[in-house]
Design a protein around this ligand. Structure first.
Ligand code: BGP
Length: 479
């Protein structure tokens, strides 16, 4: 394999880990917090694995000091977490709920006390239910102002403490799952509405960045995109074209808007033809262009491999794997454009996710070449079953191996010329997986609870904890 001469990781490289409010905090109705769309969605029978919810999650809300102490012990340089909008504004707007914002201030202060850089995600999917009820959430342009006011409240409050900000987490995921596959709130299946909501989310994203520029002069802000670089299944030009289609429809459709303020022409033309293109109003284009980020946040888990698909192809709805029993993969795609295939060169996790460290390098290079922006890896990690053995031992060698191979590719990407700001693994402690319960674990720290029993929520260091500690200590020299 070709390797450029490897460079060292920069001295200020952000070795981090990430989480999201709904997946760790719990305390779902405490200190004045309003309900979010996830608080309600999880209560619909059949939506989540064994009906799990985040009412308690891993109780980070009450145990954040213990969690930050573990981060400090590990030597973590950065912690990415999200703010729950309905803690700050219980009804999505109006008066700030002081107790809610105080929680985040305490968390930030605790991190800073331990020299851990906070990376604040403004939106990781838990929309205030009140805004969903009032005007349909992301389907109304009213959200642009409400989201902006919420962001501004956080910028003002934390401008002297927080340097790194993430706007929307995985807009591509919450929009497609929310409005096409109906597996996330609001559980809609309507592509027309999906493209409209997505456009509004783009505008909200750009507006928040525009406001940021007026309030925080030295900080950095960007979205986090779930990037699955597309591969062609064979060298047959039809498959190569299918992969190009997939890259345009599944990635550039978002990335080009973030990076350039423009939609990719091929996709736009196609959507116009099928009467699916979103409504462009006067001023939209200018706003999108004004929302240029400082970095591209990348959540990377896997690549996706494509073959051509005939126009009359019919796809069955993919049955998703939420129980960790391998073998659920169903070919799916977009008739006439692309069809996803299993990549036979790659192994998969128990949840059928393809494992592809080189794909991370490829993705980072594509972003660098196309947009010329620095990149922050805001998520990457392995969801697996872990076994708590006698004497509180968890031998997660598979996780070490997974992360090691991805870090090697980061180093190669840096040598290739990628301006990489940092690497946040998903996740620090174990946490709630949105649709997969608690048994799909990602953390360096085991949390002793399962779907049916919260137990004591004890924190236990896994083998990977000590390993990542050493990686950070040696600034990536000792993998
Ligand atoms: C990303 C989300 C995270 C996290 C992760 C793992 O898409 O931003 O919130 O959940 O994926 O996914 P899962 O929990 O489905 O395994």
């Amino acid at each position: 394999m070709y390797h450029a001469k490897l460079d060292q990781f920069p001295n200020d490289f952000l070795w981090g880990s990430a989480s999201a409010a709904y997946q760790v905090e719990g305390a779902w109705n405490e200190d004045g917090k309003g309900p979010s769309v996830w608080d309600n969605f999880v209560r619909i029978p059949g939506k989540t694995f064994k009906g799990t919810d985040g009412n308690v999650a891993v109780d980070h809300y009450h145990r954040y000091k213990e969690d930050v102490a573990l981060m400090a012990e590990m030597g973590l340089k950065a912690y990415r977490f999200s703010v729950s909008w309905s803690r700050i504004f219980p009804a999505g707007k109006g008066e700030i709920n002081e107790a809610g914002i105080q929680f985040y201030e305490n968390l930030i202060d605790e991190l800073l006390r331990h020299q851990i850089e906070p990376i604040v995600t403004l939106y990781h999917w838990d929309l205030p239910q009140a805004l969903q009820d009032e005007y349909g959430g992301w389907e109304s342009r009213e959200i642009i102002e409400d989201f902006n006011n919420y962001c501004v409240a956080l910028f003002e409050r934390f401008k002297d403490k927080v340097n790194y900000w993430v706007t929307l987490n995985e807009q591509n995921v919450f929009i497609s799952h929310g409005y096409e596959q109906a597996s996330h709130p609001p559980g809609v299946r309507d592509r027309k509405r999906m493209y409209e909501a997505n456009h509004i989310a783009n505008l909200a994203n750009a507006k928040a960045i525009q406001s940021f520029r007026q309030i925080i002069l030295n900080g950095k802000i960007g979205p986090s995109f779930a990037y699955g670089p597309a591969y062609a299944y064979t060298s047959n030009p039809e498959d190569v074209l299918a992969a190009e289609n997939a890259e345009d429809f599944n990635s550039h459709w978002w990335l080009d808007v973030y990076g350039w303020g423009e939609y990719p022409k091929t996709v736009w033309k196609y959507l116009e033809k099928y009467d699916l293109a979103p409504t462009m109003e006067a001023g939209d284009e200018a706003l999108l262009k004004a929302g240029k980020p400082d970095f591209m946040g990348v959540n990377y888990y896997q690549t996706a491999t494509f073959t051509a698909s005939p126009l009359d192809e019919e796809f069955v709805n993919a049955k998703e794997n939420h129980d960790g029993k391998k073998g659920n993969f169903v070919e799916n795609g977009n008739a006439g454009l692309f069809k996803r295939k299993r990549n036979e060169a790659l192994e998969t996790t128990n949840w059928d996710w393809e494992i592809d460290p080189t794909g991370l390098r490829i993705g980072l290079r594509r972003i660098t070449s196309r947009y010329g922006l620095p990149v922050l890896v805001t998520e990457n990690g392995l969801g697996e079953f872990d076994k708590l053995e006698e004497n509180d031992v968890i031998n997660d060698d598979y996780r070490i191996e997974y992360i090691r191979k991805h870090i090697e590719q980061l180093q190669a990407a840096i040598a290739d010329g990628v301006d990489l700001l940092g690497y946040c693994t998903w996740s620090f402690t174990d946490l709630l997986s949105w649709l997969n319960g608690y048994q799909k674990r990602y953390g360096f720290v085991y949390v002793d609870r399962d779907e049916l029993n919260e137990k004591e929520l004890r924190r236990i260091r896994k083998k990977s904890f000590y390993w990542y500690k050493d990686v950070i200590w040696s600034n990536g020299d000792r993998l």
